[in-house]
Design a binder for this molecule. Structure first.
Ligand code: SF4
Length: 295
């Protein structure tokens, strides 16, 4: 059972990563990997420098097969599935498990959508239609260009620059459900106006593409931890309002450990029990929104 509010379980057949953008500065996975609780495991000892060393953990690969009841599963919460040093053969095996476990929903979140675009559009079609995850009698027939309904792909959008860079890449990934994770939210975002202009270049007739034409879900939240950077009430509210205007389901995960509300009365009235301010009961009413994609 995961404490992350938008999922049921985490699954880590890959661990380890390196920092790539502003959202990584206080990486929670790095801190967790260095904690004594995880340092008991060899895979976390090997990656604890967080210098880009990544480990494929074969013993974790088949875990979803043992979960009989349907779950939402966050894939690689202790790394990034599309990190540049994650071998495509490992990703193929992970994909095979996800294809096989149709009763689960797999949530893949990346800060490296450029590599995901290449994987789905260039690598997978060249594998052919049939491939296997060996070792536990898992055989998968996969039409590689068909988006699978049980695999959701998301990109991290912590500021406007990353929105402008990553949203056009997300557009190019053939996933049935595509989402944005605006966490940790580091500045005001203008999702209504961040219709990726670069997308125009991809479309023959220069038809305008709007965010709600291909984004099915948005997660938003402030940063957690003792070094958390500020997250303002107005920034989260803006994302919620933009999603409402675009009719995109939105999920306010947490206000963050350094949440700042412009309303003094709210500040003094509220004593948060949860350090990350992730208890929806304690949110301002306007931010009490936890929706999931419709499909
Ligand atoms: S991509 Fe994710 S796991 Fe990797 S360093 Fe950044 S925040 Fe941490």
């Amino acid at each position: 059972m995961s404490k992350i509010q938008w999922t049921n379980e985490t699954w880590n057949p890959i661990v380890g990563c390196s920092k790539i953008s502003e959202g990584c500065v206080n990486c929670y996975a790095e801190s967790l990997a260095k904690a004594p609780r995880l340092q008991k495991f060899e895979q976390y000892q090997k990656v604890s420098d967080w210098d880009g060393t990544v480990e494929f953990v074969e013993s974790q690969l088949y875990k979803p097969l043992s979960w009989k009841t349907p779950k939402k599963i966050f894939v690689c919460s202790m790394g990034d599935l599309f990190h540049e040093d994650v071998n495509f053969e490992w990703i193929d095996k992970i994909m095979a498990i996800m294809c096989h476990c149709k009763h689960h929903t797999f949530q893949v979140l990346t800060k490296r959508p450029d590599r995901a675009v290449f994987y789905f559009n260039d690598h997978l079609p060249n594998i052919g239609l049939r491939w296997f995850a060996l070792g536990e009698n898992v055989a998968v027939t996969f039409k590689s260009q068909t988006p699978l309904p049980n695999i959701w792909i998301g990109v991290s959008v912590e500021n406007q620059a990353r929105a402008n860079e990553r949203i056009p890449l997300l557009y190019q990934i053939p996933a049935k459900v595509k989402f944005l994770s605006c966490e940790p939210l580091l500045e005001p975002l203008e999702l209504l106006s961040s219709i990726p202009v670069e997308i125009d270049e991809l479309i023959d007739n220069e038809q305008q593409i709007y965010l709600n034409d291909f984004v099915d879900w948005v997660i938003v939240g402030g940063e957690s931890g003792s070094k958390a950077r500020p997250c303002y009430y107005d920034w989260i509210l803006r994302v919620v309002q933009d999603c409402k205007a675009l009719t995109i389901p939105v999920f306010v995960k947490q206000l963050g450990s350094n949440f700042i509300h412009s309303n003094e009365a709210f500040k003094h009235k509220t004593k948060f029990k949860h350090s990350k301010k992730g208890n929806i009961e304690e949110f301002p009413n306007s931010l009490k929104v936890r929706q999931f994609p419709q499909f």
